[in-house]
Design a protein around this ligand. Structure first.
Ligand SMILES: C[S@@+](CC[C@H](N)C(=O)[O-])C[C@H]1O[C@@H](n2cnc3c(N)ncnc32)[C@H](O)[C@@H]1O
Length: 483
């Protein structure tokens, strides 16, 4: 769908009309950082501000959230029709706003011939200020995606694209019979909504939505969403909700001041390098570590309890490796604990009938009912604790090694990928840094796990356990093969 844009220079005027207050702060259409990085638009301070002083104040009614979309639908017949047709998309904070964004984009688009669509509201113009080309991985070209092979972002991106496609298909299926949707979106001649528009709406939301404090809501806050990111001790502003005035405030961060000419920055979150690129499309220049990675895991197909474990555990199938505040590498996964125990250890499943006649699958640990959320704690206080930790460590280490091999194996393809008109230089550079940071983290993790493994192999419990097993019928590749 063709989009309509308004220049960011006009955002200040929009702010005045909509009671957004800027306290000696200007919206700048283009900010180039000292190192040459292009931050897109941003906020610049026009005067000195001290700790806790307000920089921007936005009335809470301007926060574009699920609640606001539901409010808007009360006075907009077409929007009401739309959200009633897709109840599952409206229940979710993100997809509710995505629906509103594509609706508003449609109204604004020169492709739209239905001039009766929509009612006047501040968001009609706000949407025109939003960027139309956001370099998030969901819009990478096929060649750019190839560069990601071996990184944790490749897997996350595949999953994300599948779920976005599913959402888009369900939107189409549910709205095909609504006359205005048929005409403006799906008709072969007059319709213009396609998957790229849904991806754009998602990129807009993902890169701009804020989780407001005190459970206020999750949504896009006009003007505050112009604040770019700076890391850790560099960012100079934070946002808060002022319940007295009913507004979202951007204020100077504690212990900081903002001088005239400074860029006003916030911190987008403390996720790892993968998360940063996934959600915001860039990796800050000061990133020295991947910080965290999520690696997918599966339970071997020959595990007889596989299906029951997956059903009962309801855990993300993978492991998160991360660097903690003390710069130690750690891993965290509920799934691993389920994957590394079996019937001989005392895990069983039983189908039980509930009072209303349904059946329910229950897990048992050593003959007692097991609350799935307590498995890790149970294993860590068990007399075989070291055995279980050793199994988990080995499983994670094997997965880390496999990921490292995958990354290393695709290195030549990455190196040879340029020059290529299908690969944008900043994407090439960003992915190259991600590849290096993830390889460093994988190497560190592998080494740390090797140390842990060797320590655990010295544990009396493990030695005794392995001794007993060796006198039995141990085979290679059993859970006790720690080679
Ligand atoms: C919340 S918006 C900030 C406003 C945005 N620059 C604009 O022009 O609309 C987040 C987006 O700004 C850009 N951005 C923010 N901080 C950045 C930084 N430190 N380096 C590079 N790009 C940045 C990224 O494209 C990110 O997805």
């Amino acid at each position: 769908m063709r989009q309509t844009s308004l220049p960011l220079e006009n955002l200040q005027a929009w702010s005045r009309f909509n009671n957004v207050r800027l306290f000696d702060v200007a919206v700048e259409a283009h900010i180039i950082a000292d190192n040459g990085d292009d931050h897109g638009g941003g906020l610049l301070s026009k005067a000195e501000h001290t700790e806790a002083q307000p920089l921007v104040a936005v009335p809470i009614e301007l926060v574009l959230s699920k609640e606001r979309v539901e409010e808007a639908a009360k006075v907009d017949k077409s929007l009401k029709e739309l959200i009633e047709a897709v109840p599952t998309l409206v229940q979710n904070d993100r997809t509710a706003v995505l629906l509103f964004l594509v609706y508003q984009m449609t109204i604004n688009s020169p492709d739209n011939n239905d001039h009766a669509l929509g009612v006047n509201n501040p968001f009609a113009d706000y949407v025109k200020f939003l960027p139309k080309d956001i370099p998030l991985p969901i819009s990478y070209t096929a060649d750019e995606r190839e560069l990601l092979i071996g990184t944790s972002l490749a897997e996350a991106l595949d999953q994300k694209l599948i779920s976005l496609q599913r959402e888009f298909d369900s939107l189409k299926a549910a709205t095909e019979t609504i006359p205005w949707c048929e005409q403006a979106w799906w008709d072969e001649i007059t319709g213009s909504l396609d998957f790229a528009d849904w991806k754009l709406a998602d990129a807009v939301y993902r890169s701009r939505a804020l989780e407001l404090p005190r459970g206020a809501s999750v949504g896009m806050v006009p003007v505050v969403d112009m604040a770019n990111h700076a890391s850790d001790d560099r960012y100079n502003a934070r946002f808060e909700v002022d319940e007295d005035t009913g507004s979202v405030l951007l204020v100077v961060r504690d212990g900081k001041s903002v001088k005239k000419g400074d860029e006003v920055t916030i911190m987008y979150g403390c996720g790892g390098a993968c998360e940063m690129i996934f959600s915001y499309g860039f990796l800050e220049e000061h990133a020295r570590s991947a910080r965290e990675m999520f690696l997918g895991l599966s339970i071997p197909a020959d595990d007889p309890l596989r299906k029951a474990k997956i059903w009962v555990a309801q855990a993300a199938p993978g492991v998160r490796i991360y660097v903690d505040d003390a710069d130690q590498v750690r891993w965290d996964s509920t799934f691993v604990w389920w994957a590394c125990i079996n019937q001989e250890d005392g895990l069983e499943f039983r189908v039980e009938r509930t009072v209303d006649g349904d059946t329910e699958l229950k897990a048992l640990w050593r003959d007692s009912e097991l609350d799935p959320n307590t498995l890790q704690a149970k294993l860590l206080e068990d007399y075989l604790r070291d055995v279980f930790v050793l199994r988990g460590t080995v499983m994670v280490q094997q997965r880390v090694e496999e990921q490292g091999m995958r990354l290393a194996a695709s290195e030549d393809e990455y190196d040879n990928a340029l020059p290529n008109t299908q690969i944008r230089p900043f994407v090439y550079e960003t992915v190259g840094r991600l590849r290096k940071l993830e390889m460093d983290l994988l190497t560190r993790t592998y080494e740390a796990l090797e140390e842990q493994k060797n320590r655990l192999l010295e544990s009396p419990v493990v030695r005794e356990y392995l001794g007993q097993n060796r006198s039995g019928t141990e085979v290679r590749d059993s859970p006790e093969d720690f080679s």
